[in-house]
Every structure is written in C-alpha cells, then in structure tokens.
Design a binder for this molecule. Structure first.
Ligand SMILES: *Cc1c(COP(=O)(O)O)cnc(C)c1O
Length: 224
C-alpha cells in the first residue's frame, strides 16, 4: 500500500459512522489524487479555481469536488459553470451567496453550499459572524434563493495549540447550527456540519462534525 492509501485507511478507521471525509488535495499533483482515488476516496477538496479546473478532467467522473477556498466574486461564473462542484463549502458572505445563486440559475443547475462562519480568533479568517448568520435566518433570506440549497455550515477553529480554545470554537459552530434549526424548523436538508482539519478533526467530530476536511495527514506537507 502507498503512504496515501495507508493514511486514508488509518483516518477512516477513526471516523464514526456518518462522518464523511474530504481529502483536501490543494497544491498536490494529480498523481496523488489518483492514488487516493484508487484507495476509494471520492470526495476531494480544492481551494483554487485554476487548479481545480485542471484536475477535474484528470480524475474519473464520480469524484465529488468540494470547493473550500475563499471564492472571489469574479471567479464564481467559472466555478459554477463547470457544473461539477458537489458542494461549495466556503460561502463567506451574503453577497457571494446571491452571486452563486444567480450564476447557478444562469447555468441551469442547483448549487449545494455551506455557509462559512467565523468564530476563530484570527482576523484573517473569512466567514459570516454569528450575528450575521443568525440575522440571515431570522430574515428568512434563504427563501428568495432560486437555484441554491444551503446544506449546513462550515467553520474553522482558532489556529492554536490550546485544545480548550479549539474545542470551544467547534462547540460554538455546532451551537450555531442548532440555533439556525430552531429559528427555522421548516428548513430542509440543513444537516451538514463541516469542521476539523488534520490536527484537530477528532475534536471537531466530538463537537458534532459530520464532514471533516483533511489534507496534510493524507497527502503530506504542501509545497506552496
Ligand atoms: C487546507 C485546508 C484544509 C486542510 O488542512 P490540513 O491541515 O492540511 O488538513 C481544511 N480546510 C480548509 C478550509 C483548508 O483551506
């Protein structure tokens, strides 16, 4: 078995039933993704449009591509136009959401997305603040979407070794998902909670994540 296959089988053995694994393949060559595919990995996460566009034709059609990076508004048409994105995890503003909706309608598809929330300490991270998120659902702003389905939330914990802080961040994100469900009990298919990366995914799962995004622990360090 290759290092990638070994890493995948190790990680899978730690995932409870119902938790799905996104193999974050950004900055890794197509050959690495093909190895993971041969080891039965089907969900891949990419964060840059050009790289994603180059990789899509190199992998079989049953790959489910997740976009997980900051999405610039001038790239939305390109991304949605591929019609190959299973989930855009990184919708970090209402403006971006509206644009994805408009481009999805234009392309004649329904896009599945997660709203990215910002609870971490770093200013640099993207996402809706908890207030913006709750306000969005209080206004029932999703009702005017025509070609977009909001499937849940994505978030990141603070980048720190302080595991108490990391756990608190994950619990805060999980609690936001619950608050949204309480605000809008009629919301359908709002059940995905994407949290946790190589160094903190066990804590994310404990807090309720059902989608984890793991890169380095599968593919090794990235060569930026
Ligand atoms: C790069 C990235 C990951 C994976 O991080 P690793 O530490 O390599 O597991 C997860 N989520 C997002 C949003 C990322 O950009």
């Amino acid at each position: 078995m290759s290092g990638i296959a070994d890493a995948l089988s190790h990680i899978r053995s730690t995932l409870p039933e119902g938790v799905e694994l996104v193999a974050v393949s950004k900055f890794h060559p197509v050959e690495a993704l093909q190895e993971a595919y041969a080891a039965e990995q089907r969900i891949f996460g990419e964060s840059r449009i050009q790289e994603l566009l180059a990789k899509i034709p190199a992998l079989p059609a049953d790959v489910r591509w997740h976009f997980i990076g900051h999405l610039q508004t001038n790239k939305v048409r390109h991304l949605v136009g591929t019609r190959r994105i299973a989930l855009i995890e990184s919708i970090d503003s209402e403006r971006l959401l509206r644009l994805v909706d408009a481009e999805s309608e234009r392309a004649g598809i329904v896009s599945r997305v997660l709203l990215q929330v910002h609870v971490a300490q770093e200013e640099t991270k993207f996402g809706l603040t908890p207030d913006e998120l709750l306000d969005f659902f209080r206004r029932r702003a999703f009702e005017s979407l025509r070609a977009t389905h909001i499937c849940g939330l994505m978030g990141m914990a603070s980048n720190t070794d302080d595991m108490q802080r990391v756990k608190a961040d994950f619990l805060a994100i999980a609690s936001l998902k619950k608050q949204v469900q309480e605000l809008c009990p009629d919301l359908r298919g709002f059940d995905t909670l994407s949290m946790g990366m190589s160094h903190d995914y066990p804590a994310a799962i404990e807090a309720g994540a059902n989608l984890v995004r793991v890169g380095t622990a599968i593919f090794g360090e990235r060569d930026y």
